[in-house]
Design a protein around this ligand. Structure first.
Ligand code: HEM
Length: 259
């Protein structure tokens, strides 16, 4: 009997490249420190999920362009579920004591999460582009990826482009806030616009939760120490808490009144 499409060479380990995957964790500290493996695996899993988030958000932009709004909403829903897991993942790292971290922290300098290219890509793709951040990257693959993202359409552009095509005014911040208010006032009349807006504000809010939980985890582990990347640490991270992908959505809540 012919098994169409079956590959006798294939196995679980080959398909998922498990051998390569579990060889990718290299401790720096010698003699080996027990918690360094957890530290590496946590960061690698974050980066894998960041890759999946970028994959979903890239597809979302295409769906919005094609006016396939329910598809776009579902994709962002998946991103949000991943983000909830990522926020909780910090709890695993909090099982490492401040002292056990210090046993290998020195070896990490000057590496830092600040150099996470994919994290910046998520910010850029979502709608928050900050050219100043580009100067901190010097690896070729990172510069190439960030330059590409910097010039590309964002989810913010895609959402307000969609509203424009639906007849809403979107030419400046004020008119965009007014359009958001109109949608919130009559969600049945503007159900697709509202559903997409809700999905995006959830993504925005969950990234804020990520920032907050990261800071609390950092504080619990290293207190007010300077970061391995050279910043003042928690003090710097607190300045990022006010970052928003869709300021128009938040401003609309402030201005909304009953008609
Ligand atoms: C013990 C664990 C951790 C500590 C003590 C820590 C500490 C810090 C500090 C102090 C900064 C500020 C930059 C610097 O000077 O280094 C930073 C930035 C950052 N970290 Fe962590 N971190 C930890 C775990 C993680 C994990 C697991 C991730 C997941 C990818 C992560 C991602 C980031 C990102 C993306 C930034 C840049 C944030 C921004 O600029 O908005 N960190 N971290």
């Amino acid at each position: 009997m012919t098994n169409y499409g079956e590959n006798p060479q294939l196995s679980y380990n080959k398909y998922l490249k498990v051998q390569q995957l579990i060889e990718l964790q290299e401790n720096l500290a010698l003699p080996e420190k027990h918690d360094e493996l957890l530290f590496i695996i946590i960061h690698q899993t974050f980066e894998l999920w960041f890759k999946q988030i970028l994959h979903e958000l890239d597809a979302t932009i295409l769906y919005i362009r094609d006016r396939r709004i329910m598809r776009a909403v579902r994709n962002i829903g998946r991103v949000c579920e991943i983000e909830k897991i990522l926020v909780n993942q910090f709890k695993i790292l909090e099982t490492m004591t401040p002292h056990d971290f210090l046993l290998f922290r020195q070896e990490l300098k000057p590496a830092s999460g600040f150099q996470s290219t994919q994290f910046r890509e998520i910010e850029f793709l979502s709608g928050l582009k900050d050219e100043k951040l580009m100067q901190f990257f010097d690896e070729e693959f990172a510069i190439e990826r960030l330059n590409k993202r910097f010039g590309a359409e964002t989810l913010h552009d895609a959402y307000f482009g969609f509203l424009h095509n639906q007849g809403f005014a979107v030419d400046n911040f004020e008119t965009r806030v007014e359009s958001v208010i109109k949608i919130i006032r009559d969600i049945e009349q503007h159900s697709e616009e509202f559903a997409l807006q809700e999905a995006l504000i959830e993504h925005d809010e969950l990234v804020s939760h990520w920032r907050f939980h990261h800071i609390k985890m950092v504080e619990r582990t290293v207190g007010g120490k300077m970061g391995t990347g050279g910043s003042e640490g928690v003090g710097y991270l607190q300045t990022t808490l006010s970052k928003r992908f869709y300021p128009e959505f938040w401003e609309a809540r402030t201005r909304l009144e009953i008609e």
